[in-house]
Design a protein around this ligand. Structure first.
Ligand code: CP
Ligand code: NVA
Length: 301
């Protein structure tokens, strides 16, 4: 039994296996062929934060795999009234076959996993968003072939997405260049742990330096969920960090643009880039379904 709290919980070979299976399942779905390895299985999905893509992709994914997903918002469960995470983990894992959690503190999901006897999947914490990077690598490779040795440029906040890109450099062997304004760099611990495992990650405060000749340019909101009060000060701090046509002109000629969504046009990305020819954000969003079906099969079948 395995949990998926960060990308480092699975080996590079396991990640490759998941993406291969995802590709196969995407193809089968397109051909209209049913594939139900999770018949009779259930996934509880606990949300402490809003979601569109994560909820829909896990719920539809479980249905397509022959199983069932339960949407639990913390506000309408006893978790929201203070029932300890450790107790909820033991109760839920007596009834369901897997649990996906989207929450604030990463420690919450770690405590849940410690007491859970079924696989726990991280659907985003303040620290990481590993399902999104599995998806983004899947999306890159679908369009351009292996990501190994390619250059990924992250422009913006050193947030949960940036941390998962850092972990992904260990798993998938791409070079990662991160551009953040001072004070908004990624977590030191995440960075040094990944570097110790061989990740090739460089930091700069110059977006154009990060993007130079990159194969993939990616960004995310400046104020993540839970940071709404910092929006105005972040807009000031991130001036010059909008991924626009000029930024993209420094990237390689075949560079793709990705964004986990939701996006703020005119802040972290200009409308002409996110809606332009290099952007693959809609395929990226759809691929949450396929990549996570690979993950669900791996963890729960
Ligand atoms: N990218 C992503 O996780 O989207 P949601 O917040 O809509 O789930
Ligand atoms: N960094 C964003 C990602 C949303 C999918 C957030 O945590 O709100």
């Amino acid at each position: 039994m395995k949990h998926f709290l960060t990308l480092l919980d699975i080996t590079p070979d396991e990640a490759r296996h998941i993406l291969k299976r995802a590709e196969k399942m995407k193809r089968k779905l397109r051909e209209g062929k049913a594939f139900r390895p999770l018949e009779g299985k259930t996934l509880a999905m606990i949300f402490d934060k809003a979601s569109t893509r994560t909820r829909v992709s896990f719920e539809v994914g479980m249905y397509q795999l022959g199983g069932h997903a339960l949407f639990l918002h913390s506000a309408t469960t006893q978790l929201g009234r203070g029932e300890p995470v450790e107790d909820s983990a033991r109760v839920l894992s007596g009834m369901v076959d897997g649990v996906m959690i989207r929450t604030f503190a990463h420690d919450t999901i770690q405590r849940f996993a410690e007491y859970s006897s079924v696989p726990v999947i991280n659907g985003l914490t303040d620290l990481t968003h590993p399902c999104q990077i599995l998806t983004d690598v899947f999306t890159y490779e679908e369009q351009r072939g292996s990501i190994e040795g390619k250059t990924v440029a992250w422009v913006g906040d050193g947030n949960n997405m940036a941390h998962s890109w850092i972990n992904g450099a260990v798993t998938f062997g791409y070079q990662l260049r991160i551009a953040c304004p001072p004070g908004y760099c990624p977590d030191d611990k995440t960075l040094s742990a990944a570097r110790a495992l061989g990740a090739d990650v460089t930091l700069t405060d110059d977006p154009l330096e990060a993007v130079a000749n990159a194969d993939l340019v990616t960004t995310d909101v400046w104020a993540s969920m839970g940071q709404e009060d910092e929006q105005a000060e972040r807009v000031k701090a991130f001036a010059g960090f909008c991924v626009d046509a000029r930024t993209m002109s420094y990237a390689g000629p075949d560079a793709l643009f990705m964004h986990c969504l939701p996006a703020h046009r005119g802040e972290e990305v200009s409308a002409d880039v996110i809606d332009g020819a290099q952007s693959v954000v809609w395929t990226e969003a759809e691929n949450r379904l396929h990549a996570q079906k690979g993950l669900l099969e791996f963890l729960m079948a």
